[in-house]
Design a protein. Structure first.
Length: 223
């Protein structure tokens, strides 16, 4: 084989590699649809966590895991196929004693998602839901919700301090006071504008009477 033909063959295979590599990267990084949702059941006082296929196509081989504070990532559940918009409840009986846990949903050629879930009430008597977008971009304002559910008798007044590294966001931290009726939930909405890329943590300090609970959410900011 002469030099010119050899060069054409190499360029052809290089082109094929780039095309298929680009397709694989696109499918892995931009194919969304995995979602973890959570709800508070006022009748039982328990947190319900569901996996949802938030897309218009079937998602195959879904794997659900959680991050153990000592042992790291551990398997929780798996689903061979989940239909479009289908919600599947997760069996949390084996991990409810952990109280606060990060749950991860993964599937081939899909962007993985994770969510911090508070499974039971702590000293304040509240159960929490943190709802963040799956992607956060530098320069684009995003909103997230912090839901507090009162599973005890009597109304509660909570002071929420949201704290973050102000080098990552245009806005400063905030404090809000809210009231939550017995067996009811209240949602607080926040807006932040990232000013740089990287990984950072948003903290929430919830104070009721003499009790304070701390939650945190790790976020990744991209271009």
């Amino acid at each position: 084989m002469n030099e010119g033909r050899r060069r054409l063959v190499v360029m052809f295979f290089l082109f094929i590699f780039v095309v298929f590599g680009g397709m694989l990267a696109y499918l892995t990084l931009f194919n969304t649809g995995l979602e973890i949702d959570e709800r508070f059941n006022p009748e039982t006082g328990e947190k319900i966590v569901l996996f949802k296929n938030n897309s218009s196509r079937i998602i195959n081989n879904v794997v659900i895991s959680y991050i153990h504070p000592v042992e790291g990532k551990k398997a929780l559940d798996d689903f061979p196929a989940v239909k479009p918009q289908q919600e599947v409840p997760l069996d949390l009986n084996s991990i409810r004693n952990l109280g606060q846990i990060t749950i991860v949903a993964e599937a081939p050629f899909h962007q993985a998602v994770e969510k911090l879930v508070v499974l039971k009430a702590g000293e304040t008597g509240l159960v929490y839901n943190l709802n963040f977008p799956s992607k956060i971009f530098k320069g684009s304002t995003f909103n997230f919700e912090f839901e507090l559910c009162n599973e005890q008798a009597g109304k509660k007044t909570a002071l929420i301090a949201e704290v973050h590294n102000e080098t990552f966001f245009a806005e400063g931290g905030t404090e809000k006071e809210i009231e939550i009726d017995s067996m009811d939930c209240t949602q607080v909405t926040y807006f932040l504008t990232p000013t740089q890329t990287g990984e950072t943590t948003i903290f929430f300090n919830v104070k009721i009477a003499n009790n304070t609970e701390k939650l945190e959410k790790r976020v990744v900011i991209t271009e």
